[in-house]
Design a protein around this ligand. Structure first.
Ligand code: HEM
Ligand SMILES: *[C@@H]1O[C@H](CO)[C@@H](O)[C@H](O)[C@H]1NC(C)=O
Ligand SMILES: *[C@@H]1O[C@H](CO)[C@@H](O)[C@H](O)[C@H]1NC(C)=O
Ligand SMILES: *[C@@H]1O[C@H](CO)[C@@H](O)[C@H](O)[C@H]1NC(C)=O
Ligand SMILES: *[C@@H]1O[C@H](CO)[C@@H](O)[C@H](O)[C@H]1NC(C)=O
Ligand SMILES: *[C@@H]1O[C@H](CO)[C@@H](O)[C@H](O)[C@H]1NC(C)=O
Ligand SMILES: *[C@@H]1O[C@H](CO)[C@@H](O)[C@H](O)[C@H]1NC(C)=O
Ligand SMILES: CC(=O)N[C@H]1CO[C@H](CO)[C@@H](O)[C@@H]1O
Length: 328
């Protein structure tokens, strides 16, 4: 946890880094320090507000990371996951995979602080990317610079969430294919799956593996049988409410234990276990598991930056929403 005392020097250090690369823009038109002139305190306000919330409720860090991922996979990182349904349109939020998203109030709180300082300048899509980054680093995960300048989309469609978000029942071929459509390769899949080192899951995401894997009342042979026994104690058949720690014992800490679990056939979802079915990805899993995640933090930072650039709206595209849940 970053302490209050460490914060000022930490922010100063980040500011120096930001200044150094201020005008270094990338191909997609996002750049570091994008708000330097228009809202110089934006990143600091976002960090501080997020810190106030996460220090009291560290379990919100995981869903905020997941929210950014769900934003980027559907229509690109354009804040579409934040939009409420309207009378005529059901938005992504109301799709089943988003059922368990939480922390929208954090984004709203951060947005209103930022609006107070610089009205109409900082997009909700950028706020979400920064809050996800800040949340991860506040639970002992890596810190990375977020290229900024995303604009907010005006469209959010429930059905697009169903077709663009990966299913926990997906096999490795399906996962690789879906990630490829988002500009992410096998390594990114291996690395970003490590996000499951934090947070919780409802039983429905994996109880088929415990009770009825092929419809014969059987279990998933790719899961450690001892782990199946443990999970059965937590999840009875048809349980829709219980939350299970994805990385038992350290689900609030962004560590590298996910890879140890997967290597021991204790990945919670079929999609976690599936990582062992690709030679390149399996090698990554075993490398991290056997080296205490020697490169995971650095890799995660790089893959998050990459994911965060997918399908962004820039320049005059989209808008800067006044309220993250509503189009202007
Ligand atoms: C590889 C494909 C992926 C699949 C199939 C998948 C699926 C899931 C599912 C089913 C849950 C449980 C939701 C619930 O029941 O509450 C979950 C949770 C989570 N996922 Fe993923 N996910 C994937 C990739 C990712 C990525 C790329 C990230 C971020 C980098 C991520 C971050 C998280 C986090 C942090 C949670 C915990 C949320 C919480 O505590 O509320 N996942 N994921
Ligand atoms: C954020 O918090 C730090 C440490 O408490 C403080 O020095 C800084 O002024 C705050 N930034 C803003 C923009 O409020
Ligand atoms: C968006 O929807 C949520 C949940 O239904 C609601 O609490 C919130 O007030 C809505 N936001 C706006 C700006 O209407
Ligand atoms: C509502 O849905 C229609 C059709 O799915 C789509 O074309 C339109 O852009 C959506 N509007 C919003 C505000 O999401
Ligand atoms: C993955 O699932 C798809 C759809 O169910 C199936 O067609 C394909 O054969 C599966 N691939 C592997 C490697 O299991
Ligand atoms: C297991 O799945 C099969 C096929 O879907 C179904 O007929 C059976 O009722 C299920 N058994 C249990 C215990 O849910
Ligand atoms: C869980 O949800 C399903 C579908 O919504 C429902 O049919 C089932 O009765 C629920 N199970 C329990 C134990 O509440
Ligand atoms: C956070 C959120 O908006 N969750 C919604 C997800 O979708 C279901 C319906 O599938 C809604 O009931 C939830 O409110």
């Amino acid at each position: 946890m970053v302490t209050g005392q460490k914060l000022p020097s930490f922010l100063f250090f980040q500011l120096i880094l930001v200044l150094q690369v201020l005008y270094h823009s990338n191909a997609q038109g996002l750049k570091l320090g994008y708000y330097h002139k228009t809202c110089p305190n934006a990143e600091s306000i976002i960090w501080n507000t997020t810190h106030q919330i996460i220090s009291r409720a560290p379990t919100l860090a995981a869903p905020l990371l997941r929210m950014h991922f769900h934003d980027c996979f559907v229509r690109g990182c354009d804040g579409s996951v934040l939009l409420n349904s309207t009378k005529t349109n059901q938005s992504e939020k109301d799709a089943f995979p988003n059922l368990s998203l939480r922390g929208f109030h954090v984004i709203d709180a951060v947005k209103s602080e930022v609006e107070e300082a610089c009205p109409g300048v900082v997009s909700c899509a950028d706020i979400l990317a920064l809050v996800a980054r800040d949340s991860v680093s506040m639970i002992q995960g890596p810190f990375w610079e977020v290229p900024l300048g995303r604009r907010d989309g005006r469209v959010s469609i429930l059905n697009e969430a169903l077709t663009n978000l990966p299913s926990p029942f997906a096999n490795i071929t399906q996962l690789k294919q879906l990630f490829a459509t988002k500009g992410l390769n096998e390594k990114d899949l291996a690395v970003l799956s490590g996000g499951h080192t934090v947070g919780t899951s409802h039983c429905v995401g994996f109880s088929n593996r415990l009770y009825n894997f092929t419809g014969k009342g059987d279990t998933d042979p790719s899961m450690d049988p001892n782990y199946i026994v443990k999970l059965k104690q937590k999840c009875k058949p048809g349980d829709n409410t219980t939350l299970v720690e994805m990385d038992p014992g350290s689900f609030k800490t962004f560590d590298d234990n996910y890879y140890t679990l997967v290597a021991k056939r204790r990945g919670l979802f079929q999609s976690d276990a599936a990582l062992l079915n690709d030679a390149v990805i399996k090698a990554y899993v075993f490398l991290q598991a056997s080296t205490h995640g020697s490169t995971f933090a650095k890799d995660f930072a790089a893959s998050m930056v990459k994911m965060g650039k997918f399908g962004v709206l820039t320049g005059k595209q989209g808008e800067i929403r006044k309220h993250c849940a509503l189009v202007n």
